[in-house]
Design a protein around this ligand. Structure first.
Ligand SMILES: Nc1nc2c(c(=O)[nH]1)N[C@H]1C(S)=C(S)[C@@H](COP(=O)(O)OP(=O)(O)OC[C@H]3O[C@@H](n4cnc5c(=O)[nH]c(N)nc54)[C@H](O)[C@@H]3O)O[C@H]1N2
Ligand SMILES: Nc1nc2c(c(=O)[nH]1)N[C@H]1C(S)=C(S)[C@@H](COP(=O)(O)OP(=O)(O)OC[C@H]3O[C@@H](n4cnc5c(=O)[nH]c(N)nc54)[C@H](O)[C@@H]3O)O[C@H]1N2
Ligand SMILES: [Mo]
Length: 779
């Protein structure tokens, strides 16, 4: 299939199939310059890294360089298909402007240096801070895009060797709510469902998830079901008319930030109409009566009034969900980055508990991930959790870690939950955090309220280390920049949103002096001379495979058990879902098939939080509420978003993605096909709102919130009235524009987060729009 087609037709040709049948294979490939596949020297197995779907693919290598990719037909996830970003995005690896040497700030300017000098400076600074201020002066802000081995190593260095509680990932912006919602309902993180549920479902409900653009291969699977016999009904909950909405049986377009009201009305209907599986609820859950009381206050008319959708549509969606024989639900940023994120996501879990639809073919919940390796950040404890889904407030779990790492228990901080990213930036702002090591993330574009973030990172007193493949808006603010090898240039494993583990093998050498992140972290540990309590080097491992073996020991007996896996086994596999151990040597397709959850007070990852205030439950409260470790049905009242449209800012601003770009475009902005498909930001508005303001398609407009503004051309499209959308991909590394700050959506977003998951609210802010006249444009 030619590359051009996949920009115009991102989902490719249909291969229809029916319920219970195997999804047909279709192999996608793109090679540089129409190269003949037979002329490729080697095909090196890996998986996709520009979303969390985990599509199996092979890298084509010729003359020591990457020349293309091809989907792996045998892989359980994609059956050969490749997302458009992955087809073209690999070209970024070959880009001439890669970082190839460490950089160091000298007299205010970043200058090239060597590894010894750069690491020497990092080590000197760390030692000084440890001596003068203690471990809490040092923080690590990592990613959902490194490999498992790298996160585990970073987690051991930070939580163990240094003993700081300030470790989090950009997963805080991404899947913190997925993790939180799974902990609240099932006692532990871990995706219950499987992508194969698409093959069996008769109803698929997507909550705030534009899967067509953000996990396009999963959408191909859904499209193929829709094109086949007995297609599923689709329910789409999204204020925009996304491609998903265009295929939906029922499209509910709520006002941003009103998801809990809508969910309560759906639950109200399910209970009212007797669509509850009482046997399942009685046998496997606690909390049902409280939910019944709570949602009794939410007849569809009330939600219709709050969300501004029709009560009849709510009833119809509830009927489809309530009478489904196999219900699959997916949830993502429209729920996770909105107000009351965890409260809303938990209500989706509640639907499945009420209907007894878990652990059976077609009956999955996918509290989705976004980034390719976000699951591993969470498992390995590099994100504000402890390794192996261990519970920071259960001493026996901390003791297990101290035994694994051969440290004293008090060396591992557990006085409070690990610090979340937004709080780490606050500590840096206040001056208690003095060193921040940023790996594989670009906070100067991706965090909310960028003016504030820039001023925090630019402080003289904060020592900033940034580890990346490219110069970015964030490296510009660093004191030391470390050049990293990327995907295809290093070996490691990662796990997708449905628990499928892949091994990604090194295909080519990194450019110049760039080094794998694992090597950089281990080099730091050696130079710092970190030791365990017997004086042995910590961490003890030296390469990806020995790191993986160490991680297996850490995961043993936990829900994310990797003990049955090895590099050798992964090399021969088509993707294996954890847990994989002696009991399940081929992995596990669905969790909780037996109605037993990871919620036992001694075993669970979390005792949960109050869904409104976010206050953690005491261990004794949890034991009293859930002594037998059942699934937990948690009700939530609806609260309006904090920043509502007002007289001065009458619209609701939401932000998100386009199919052609990944985040801050450091990769997709360097692939010509993708760059040209969406070269600049835009502002999406409804025809009614635009008409009222005298704005026509293509006119330049300024969107402003109380914080800052963005100027971009208007696109008039299928978005509900009263709402504007701006993609968040556009920073300014690639524009020679002194006013580049007015491109980034996050100039406008607010510093506020969900009280439970601490995930920032990127999808509700009050905004106003005005046309920008030609004179202003030229100024
Ligand atoms: N092409 C592409 N794919 C990607 C990525 C990418 O950058 N580009 N990134 C990956 C990552 S890390 C992530 S996290 C995922 C994100 O994947 P998605 O969550 O699917 O993407 P978003 O565009 O952020 O948001 C989804 C939808 O939420 C809707 N929405 C906004 N506010 C509300 C609300 O209040 N309620 C409801 N119900 N919906 C609302 C928006 O209209 C939007 O269509 O994508 C992954 N895949
Ligand atoms: N307004 C708004 N803001 C958002 C969102 C939104 O929907 N709206 N979504 C949020 C979400 S869900 C996410 S996930 C974040 C994403 O935000 P970021 O993580 O900041 O975005 P990326 O551009 O993916 O940044 C990853 C960086 O890592 C580098 N990199 C890639 N691979 C490697 C590697 O192997 N090693 C090293 N060292 N570096 C590497 C890349 O070059 C890039 O600079 O944005 C969040 N921000
Ligand atoms: Mo994300």
């Amino acid at each position: 299939m030619s590359g051009k087609n996949r920009i115009a037709e991102p989902w490719g040709e249909r291969t229809p199939y029916g319920p219970g049948q195997d999804w047909p294979t279709r192999v996608d490939m793109f090679l540089d310059g129409e190269l003949d596949p037979d002329s490729v020297d080697r095909w090196v197995p890996t998986a996709s890294v520009l979303h969390s779907n985990g599509d199996g693919l092979d890298i084509a290598v010729k003359d020591g360089g990457i020349v293309g990719v091809r989907g792996r037909a045998s892989d359980r996830v994609n059956h050969g298909r490749v997302d458009a970003k992955d087809l073209f995005g690999w070209q970024a690896n070959n880009s001439a402007d890669r970082l190839t040497a460490p950089l160091m700030r000298v007299h205010g300017k970043l200058v090239e240096t060597d590894w010894d000098t750069a690491m020497g400076r990092v080590v000197r600074h760390s030692r000084q801070l440890l001596e003068q201020r203690g471990p809490s002066a040092i923080g690590f802000y990592t990613s959902g895009q490194l490999f498992l081995e790298e996160y585990y190593t970073l987690g051991v260095i930070a939580h163990g060797a240094i003993g700081t509680n300030h470790v989090d990932g950009n997963t805080r912006l991404c899947t913190a709510t997925a993790a939180a919602a799974l902990k609240e309902s099932f006692g532990c993180d871990g995706q219950p469902g499987s992508y194969t549920d698409v093959d069996h479902a008769d109803v698929i409900a997507l909550y705030g998830h534009n899967v067509a653009e953000t996990q396009s291969v999963l959408w191909m699977r859904m499209l193929d079901r829709l094109a086949g016999p007995n297609p599923p009904a689709v329910i789409c909950v999204d204020p925009r008319e996304t491609p998903v909405a265009q295929h939906a049986t029922v499209h509910l377009a709520p006002l941003p930030g009103t998801n809990v009201a809508l969910m309560n009305a759906l639950l109200h209907e399910i209970i009212e109409n007797g669509w509850v599986d009482r046997d399942y609820v009685d046998a496997h859950t606690v909390g049902y009566d409280e939910l019944v009381k709570r949602v009794a206050e939410f007849p569809p008319e009330r939600a219709a009034d709050i969300c501004k959708v029709s009560a009849a549509d709510i009833r119809e969606a509830a009927r489809l969900i309530g009478t489904a024989t196999a219900l699959l639900s997916t949830v993502l940023q429209g729920f996770y980055q909105a107000s009351q994120a965890t409260a809303a996501a938990v209500q989706v879990n509640n639907i499945h508990l009420l209907r007894g639809m878990l652990g059976k073919p077609g009956c999955g919940v996918l509290q989705m991930n976004g980034q390719p390796t976000a699951e591993n950040t969470r498992e390995c404890g590099a994100d504000g959790d402890l390794a192996g889904f261990r519970n920071w407030s259960n001493d026996s779990h901390v003791e297990q870690l101290s035994a694994l790492w051969n440290l004293q228990m008090h060396q591992i901080p557990h006085y409070a939950p690990p610090t979340h990213a937004m709080q780490m930036f606050r500590f840096a702002e206040q001056g208690t955090l003095r060193m921040l090591w940023v790996s594989a993330t670009n906070p100067a574009v991706s965090l909310p309220e960028l003016r504030r973030i820039r001023s925090i990172l630019a402080q003289e007193r904060l020592f900033v280390v940034v580890q990346d493949m490219f110069a970015t808006e964030t490296t510009e603010l660093a004191d030391v920049v470390l050049p990293a090898a990327g995907w295809g240039e290093k070996t490691g494993t990662f796990t997708n949103a449905d628990r499928t583990v892949h091994l990604s093998e090194k295909a080519v050498d990194p450019p110049g002096q760039a080094r794998p992140d694992l090597e950089i972290f281990l080099d730091y540990a050696r130079r710092m001379d970190f030791r365990d309590k017997d004086g042995q080097p910590l961490p003890a491992w030296t390469d990806p495979e020995s790191a993986f073996e160490a991680w297996k020991r850490c995961s043993a007996g936990r829900p994310c058990d990797y003990t049955g896996l090895s590099y050798e086994k992964l090399r021969e596999s088509n993707g294996i879902q954890w847990p994989c151990n002696a009991e399940h040597p081929d992995g596990t397709e669905r969790l909780y098939s037996d109605g037993r959850f990871s919620a036992d007070p001694e075993y669970c990852e979390s005792y949960g939080r109050d869904l409104i205030t976010g206050a953690p439950l005491e261990p004794t409260e949890y034991r009293a509420m859930n002594p037998d470790g059942k699934a937990i049905i948690k009700a939530a009242e609806y609260l309006p978003p904090h920043e509502m449209p007002s007289k001065d800012y009458p619209l609701a601003l939401i932000t998100g993605r386009t199919l052609y770009h990944f985040h801050t475009r450091t990769k997709t902005g360097r692939a010509p096909q993708l760059r040209d498909a969406a070269p600049q930001p835009w502002v999406e508005m409804s025809a009614t709102d635009a008409g009222r303001l005298g704005i026509a398609e293509g006119d330049m407009v300024e969107v402003a919130t109380p914080r800052n503004s963005v100027t971009a051309p208007c696109r008039i499209g299928g978005i509900r009235d009263g709402v504007v959308f701006v993609p968040f991909h556009y920073g300014y590394w690639d524009v020679d524009d002194p006013d580049g700050h007015h491109r980034a959506a996050n100039e406008m977003t607010l510093t506020d987060w969900d009280p439970v998951s601490k995930q920032p609210i990127f999808k509700t802010a009050a905004a106003r729009v005005r046309p920008v006249n030609r004179d202003e444009e030229q100024r």
